[in-house]
Design a protein around this ligand. Sequence first.
Ligand code: ATP
Ligand code: FE
Ligand code: MG
Length: 346
Amino acid sequence: PLVLGIETSCDETGVGLVSGGVLLGDALASSMDEHARFGGVVPEVAARAHLEAMAPMVRTALQRAEVDLADVTAVAVTAGPGLSPALQVGLAAGKAYALAAGVPLYAVHHLAGHAAVDVLDHGPLPERCVALIVSGGHTSLLGVGDLARDEVVHLGDTVDDAAGEAFDKVARLIGLPYPGGPAIDRAAREGDPHAIAFPRPLTGPSDPPWTFSFSGLKTAVARWVEAHDGPIPIPDVAASFQEAVADTLARKAVAACLDQGADTLLMVGGVAANSRVRGLVEERCAAAGLTLRVPPIRLCTDNGAMIAALGDLLVRADVEPDPLDVAADPRARLTGALLHGAGHGA
Ligand code: ATP
Ligand code: FE
Ligand code: MG
């Protein structure tokens, strides 16, 4: 197969071409800068940017892969979850390319795509694993079986801020630039991670084990900064906050693996780039006898290759494609069945 993947759930227009588990080429455009002055992604602005970037990104990806649209044997596109106007553009484009090329269409779930992308660099996933998806938009633990057989379940999510969002908000609080994650990572190198005992949210014995909450941690940092006399010790605050996030993520992810009987943890999302998150998760996985898989950072964030990788798995497993009238689902849930099929009664 040769699968064209299209991703437009948020502010990235991603296109990828995957064949038999190999990434042949991809292209990515982002409208991030256009949203900066609004303080968050504006759905209509993102949709318009997707509309403008779509054809150029498809052309670029085809060129990089050195293939033609006529060589494509299936199209996979994100149908949800995500921003409705943004999803509509990608789905409409996916349908148009499928129709033009006369090939089947697969409408897929964004989070399943995040999990699927690791096959491109590290080969097939084990029979069972847990995926920790940590970015500016998500903090989710997934139980992952055979992606081609819809075996993905949501174990838990954040009830408020995503981990990346917490990095961004805390950075702003202590005067570091946006995006906050890399800035905090850098500042923390000079700091003491045990200088300030920030809370590890929802890690108590009676707390829901797979649920995250980062807004209280952000408030704890704000309170500490307010109460502190004199100049803020930025490196110590950064290191201590980062340690609290890393410790919380590592504890819950490792516990989820043990609970699910999974010997592999998959970590993706922009926050997977954080040096302490990676370091601590790696350490805890090793101590628990778990294998940690992290895709290359470039493929950890939203991209088209992940959707093509998932589509490629579906095609190779002979999964029924979706009808061309399949609908986008901005609130798509993983219920053990992938979104694939969800638009028509699954
Ligand atoms: P999605 O739609 O998948 O949630 P997103 O655009 O919201 O995507 P990503 O692009 O995956 O998120 O990642 C961006 C987030 O990752 C930002 O919140 C950023 O602060 C965070 N991040 C990036 N690098 C680091 C780092 N080194 N440490 C901590 N956080 C980081
Ligand atoms: Fe994403
Ligand atoms: Mg992004």
